[in-house]
Design a protein around this ligand. Structure first.
Ligand code: NDP
Ligand SMILES: Nc1nc(O)c(N)c(N[C@@H]2O[C@H](COP(=O)(O)O)[C@@H](O)[C@H]2O)n1
Length: 217
C-alpha cells in the first residue's frame, strides 16, 4: 500500500522549473497560496537533495492557516548540509539515504530529532519511501521536486496527480520539470496523462493544469 501522490511545480513556458543558475521563484503570491493549501491537505512533502541544497526550503504551511506536513528528503549520498532549514524543529522530518551517507552526519541528524532511514541498495527506492510513509499513517503526499526526483517517481508510476502552474517566462536552459533517461516516443511512456482541469490564476498571467496519471500496466 502507498499514499496518494500529488506532484506540484511551477514551470516556465519552456518547461523549466529552474534556470541554469538554479533560480526557481516562478509562482505569483496567489499560486504560492495554492501550493500552501495543498501542503496543508497532505501528510508529507517530499523533495530531492538538489532542491534541498539550492532552495534551502522550509516546506511548512505559512501563507494559509493549516497544519505543517511531515518533511521528507531523499538524498542517496546525504550530501546536504545539516544546517538546512528543513532540519529545524517546526515539523517532523525524515531523511531517506543509503550506506553511502557519512555516518557522522546520520548521527548528528538523529541527535537533532531527524529520523534517518538507510536503504540497503545503491539508491533509495521511491516505492520503499512511500510504503514506509504509509505504514506511518501518511495517506497523501506532495512531491515538490526537483526534476530528477520527479522522474524517479513518475517513471515508476508512483504519481497520481500532476498540478502544474505555467508561468509567463522562458529560460532557454535550466532544470526541466522531469529530468531522467527519457522516452523515445509518447508510446514508450509507462503512463497516460488525463486532463482534469484548466484554470487561469487570479493574477491573470499563470495557468494551472491538473492531470490524472494513469499507469498503463
Ligand atoms: N519551480 C518549481 O516548482 C520547483 C523548482 N525546483 C528546482 O529544481 C532544481 C533541482 O532539481 P534537480 O537538480 O533535478 O534535483 P532534485 O531536487 O530532484 O534532486 C536530485 C538528487 O536527489 C537525490 N535523489 C533523488 N531521488 C533519489 C533516489 N531515488 N535515490 C537516491 N538519491 C536520490 C540524488 O542525489 P545524488 O545524485 O547525490 O544521489 C539526485 O541527484 C532546483 O534548482 C530547484 O530550485 C524544485 C522544486 C520545485
Ligand atoms: N509550486 C512552486 N512554485 C514555485 O515557483 C516554486 N519555486 C516552488 N518551489 C518549491 O517550494 C519550495 C520552497 O518552499 P518554502 O517556501 O521554503 O517552504 C522549493 O524547495 C520547491 O520545492 N514550487
Amino acid at each position: 500500500m502507498r499514499p496518494y501522490v500529488y506532484l506540484a511545480a511551477a514551470t516556465t513556458l519552456d518547461g523549466r522549473i529552474a534556470s541554469a543558475t538554479g533560480y526557481s521563484r516562478l509562482s505569483c503570491p496567489i499560486d504560492l497560496r495554492r501550493l500552501h493549501e495543498l501542503r496543508a491537505r497532505v501528510d508529507a512533502v517530499i523533495v530531492g537533495a538538489n532542491t534541498a541544497i539550492v532552495d534551502n526550503p522550509r516546506l511548512t504551511v505559512r501563507y494559509v492557516e493549516g497544519r505543517n506536513p511531515m518533511r521528507v528528503l531523499i538524498d542517496g549520498a546525504l550530501k546536504v548540509p545539516t544546517s538546512l532549514r528543513m532540519f529545524d524543529n517546526s515539523a517532523p522530518t525524515l531523511v531517506f539515504t543509503t550506506a553511502k551517507a557519512p555516518a557522522e552526519k546520520i548521527v548528528e541528524l538523529r541527535a537533532r530529532g531527524v529520523e534517518v532511514y538507510v536503504a540497503d541498495g545503491e539508491k533509495v527506492d521511491p516505492a520503499w519511501v512511500l510504503s514506509t510513509l504509509y505504514q506511518r499513517g501518511v495517506r497523501k503526499v506532495l512531491l515538490e521536486g526537483g526534476g530528477r526526483t520527479n522522474w524517479e517517481f513518475l517513471h515508476r508510476c508512483l504519481v497520481d496527480e500532476v498540478v502544474l502552474t505555467i508561468t509567463p517566462y522562458i529560460f532557454g536552459r535550466g532544470v526541466s520539470l522531469v529530468e531522467g533517461e527519457g522516452y523515445p516516443t509518447k508510446e514508450d511512456m509507462p503512463y497516460s496523462l488525463v486532463l482534469q482541469s484548466v484554470k487561469t490564476c487570479e493574477c491573470g498571467q499563470e495557468v494551472v493544469l491538473t492531470y490524472r496519471v494513469q499507469c498503463k500496466k
